[in-house]
Ligand binder design. Structure first.
Ligand code: UDP
Length: 450
């Protein structure tokens, strides 16, 4: 840490892995610039305070029942959390402000995720500036507010599903239908509130994007929102390593990768939230085996609907899988992507995973299933052309073909070369005078000015 600048920042991450990681990256960055850090967090998915001994932690009750805490519906989960956390958060923040006055260390601002919708009026009532973080690709954040309107208008293109969706480029009509299909009514008012409270905030920080990945949407957002906007990412590059993991990391992945040849391994992971069916598990297992390429596959405990882990894979197939690959419950993903042996990433295209893959120059096989994943996947496959898109249902023959194409065929080599160029471009953004670096400097000045 640089010498303390006498200012404290309060962070309040949404308790999901894809938001916790970038928030802790931001914490590391701000701490290295002299800010003291307090993290307010829910009991649900509480970050491991022992991994972050330089920060102060305050836990608030979240009121979730066991059943609510295990829901697969992220929008529902976030709506419930917003309802039950408001009062305890207010108490906690008020206490912090009071004690900061006594200790004569000023709290300069609150930084929390756009998905917390009660914090803006609350911060305002306490005269505390609030900055909003967002972990989506900028183009998804800016574009997704059209979704409630499309739902109200009952968007339903029955034909031409492969055509571009003009309402939300570069999605195809079928992607947009899938997004609309997966979301519930609850989303409409939640989305509206996110937009309103973001526009009322003192600034918007995109923690995982930069001009090189999102230039047009950033210009659009600057026009639409009239608040300072910072694109400081991919922020994981400033301080590599994911010490904010909610899961136990299986470090044996790296020793296993050490034994594999350069660019030979397909890494398979669907992030921290996506669930799959037993039959999809088996299709992936068969597809990987039939591709005959080494693979490292993350299957989270509880990820396969109706079973505990990978019991649905028959013993004989399991023996054949073990000849070629390794299945783990959670991997050190950034290190895996950095490893010379990793040649491709079969991913659900969560934005963090997508950016991490871009930064390491690892071409992707896109298997998006919900929400922003569909847009991220279109950027990867159709705009940047640094990956292959596995369209439609997950089937073993498709997986076999696409893995072999990416790892063994000339088409795969062209994609890899293109990805290398994109990685270099994005890598430059966080170097001194790069776009993300400059944005970060502006952010630090902005926070110091409150
Ligand atoms: N991740 C990890 N190990 C794994 C799988 C995922 O460390 O085995 C991390 C990954 O590096 C990323 C985050 O979990 O930072 C997942 O975020 P993403 O936005 O890709 O997907 P989400 O989990 O939000 O769907």
């Amino acid at each position: 840490m640089e010498k303390s600048n006498g200012l404290r920042v309060v962070l309040f991450p949404l308790p999901i892995q894809g938001c916790i990681n970038p928030m802790f990256q931001l914490a590391k960055i701000l701490h290295s610039r002299g800010f003291s850090i307090t993290v307010i967090h829910t009991r649900f998915n509480a970050p491991k305070a022992s991994n972050h001994h330089l920060y102060t932690f305050s836990e608030i009750p979240d009121g979730l029942s066991e059943a609510e805490a295990s829901t697969q519906d992220v929008t529902l989960l976030l709506t419930l959390l917003n309802r039950s956390c408001e009062a305890p958060f207010r108490d906690c923040l008020t206490k912090l402000l009071r004690s900061s006055e006594e200790e004569k260390q000023r709290i300069s601002c609150l930084i929390d995720d756009a998905g917390w919708i009660f914090t803006q009026p609350l911060a305002q009532s306490l005269n505390l500036p609030r900055l909003v973080t967002n972990t989506y690709k900028v183009s998804f954040f800016v574009g997704h507010f059209v979704i409630p309107k499309l739902r109200r208008e009952r968007y339903l293109p029955l034909q031409e599903q492969d055509e571009p969706a003009e309402e939300f480029p570069p999605l195809k009509k079928k992607d947009l239908l899938q997004i609309l299909d997966g979301e519930t009514e609850v989303l409409n008012s939640y989305s509206d509130m996110i937009l309103q409270t973001t526009k009322a905030s003192s600034g918007l920080i995109f923690v995982s994007s930069c001009e090189e990945l999102d230039q047009e949407s950033l210009s659009q957002a600057r026009k639409d929102y009239q608040i300072p906007i910072f694109a400081i990412g991919p922020s994981h590059i400033y301080f590599p390593g994911s010490s904010s993991s909610l899961f136990t990391v299986d470090e044996t992945c790296i020793q296993w990768l050490d034994k594999q040849e350069d660019n030979s391994v397909i890494y398979v992971s669907f992030g921290s939230v996506v669930n799959i069916s037993e039959s999809e598990l088996l299709e992936i297992a068969w597809g990987l085996r039939k591709s005959d390429q080494p693979f490292l596959w993350v299957v989270r405990v509880g990820m396969v609907n109706g079973t505990k882990w990978i019991e649905a894979i028959p013993e004989k197939l399991m023996d054949r899988l073990e000849e070629k690959g390794k299945i783990v419950k959670w991997a050190p993903q950034q290190d895996v992507l950095k490893h010379r042996a990793t040649g491709g990433f079969l991913t659900h295209n969560g934005w963090n995973s997508t950016v991490e893959s871009v930064c390491e120059g690892v071409p992707m096989i896109c298997v998006p299933s919900v929400w922003d994943q569909l847009l991220n996947a279109r950027f990867v496959s159709d705009v940047w052309m640094v990956g292959l898109h596995l369209e439609g249902r997950i089937e073993r023959n498709k997986i076999e073909r696409v893995v072999r194409k990416l790892l063994l065929e000339p088409d795969g080599e062209v994609i890899r070369e293109r990805m290398k160029l994109l990685a270099e471009k994005v890598g430059r953004s966080v170097k001194q005078n790069g776009s993300a670096y400059r944005s970060l400097e502006r952010l630090v000045d902005h926070i110091s000015s409150f």
